[in-house]
Design a binder for this molecule. Structure first.
Ligand code: UDP
Length: 236
């Protein structure tokens, strides 16, 4: 039996607890929400439950596609047992449709469909506001090795290739998303979460945003959008 022990980390949206097994930790998802490097704060009631359950469901499906993840077991609606990884300090963003910072950077309107997926990397560093970097920065700062970045790139596109048609069946455009990877037993595995906090989901018909942009941009019905995404994914 795995038992929860002391809290080892508290982030913006999650708490992480050690367990009696040194290779496992427990993630506890909160309803707290932040945006714009923590400058905007709030609560999205029920978000922790949605993000926990949706992430676990997606990780289960990705495992079946041969993508290794940190997911071990859902403990309750907000808490999950996951493998303890050393997080690679690189945020990996995959984009299919122009939105958010890419729209500003390239001067293209949101909604432009990209001819091929765009892969971006950001330095995972809150004090710096997660600046965009490329592989030269990653190798120069020794954030990851060449072999690790090859594997991360391969896995990121595999995740996208699986998720685009998966969400399409739910009448959702997967606009973009952010992944984080970790090192476990010498291997790169997918960690963190896959949720409306980390993905942009647009309804194909109405173009309604069903993700954290409702909170970032004060679009209203934030809770309803998170609940709708869980409903579409889990069929509940
Ligand atoms: N994203 C994230 N965490 C971050 C930054 C971005 O999960 O710290 C996700 C975001 O939800 C979106 C994608 O990554 O699905 C691309 O975000 P973008 O670079 O456009 O930044 P934003 O406009 O969200 O600041």
């Amino acid at each position: 039996m795995v038992t929860q022990t002391e809290m080892i980390y508290e982030g913006k949206a999650k708490r992480v607890y050690a367990t009696n097994d040194p290779k496992l930790v427990i993630v506890d998802y909160k309803d707290d929400a932040t945006a714009f490097d923590g400058k905007k704060r709030g609560t999205i009631s029920g978000k922790g439950v949605v993000n926990n359950r949706m992430s676990n469901y997606m990780f289960g499906l990705l495992e079946k596609q041969g993508i290794p993840t940190h997911f071990v077991e859902e403990l309750d609606t907000r808490r999950s047992l996951v493998r303890r990884v050393e997080i690679v300090k690189v945020e990996v963003i995959v984009r299919n449709i122009v939105a958010g910072s890419l729209s500003k950077r390239l001067g293209l309107p949101e909604g432009v469909v990209l001819k091929s997926p765009v892969l971006e990397f950001c330095y995972k560093n809150d004090e710096l506001g997660d600046p965009m970097i490329n592989e030269y920065h990653i190798f120069a700062l020794e954030l990851a090795t060449k072999e690790e970045m090859q594997r991360i790139t391969e896995l990121a596109f595999k995740v996208n290739d699986f998720m685009v048609p998966f969400f399409e069946k739910m009448n959702i455009d997967l606009v973009d998303f952010k992944l984080e990877f970790g090192r476990f037993d010498g291997q790169i595995i997918l960690a963190d979460e896959i949720s409306p906090d980390t993905c942009r989901f647009w309804d194909k018909t109405t173009k309604e945003r069903l993700d954290k942009d409702r909170f970032r941009r004060d679009l209203g019905n934030v809770e309803g959008a998170y609940a709708e995404m869980l409903h579409r994914v889990l069929g509940e």
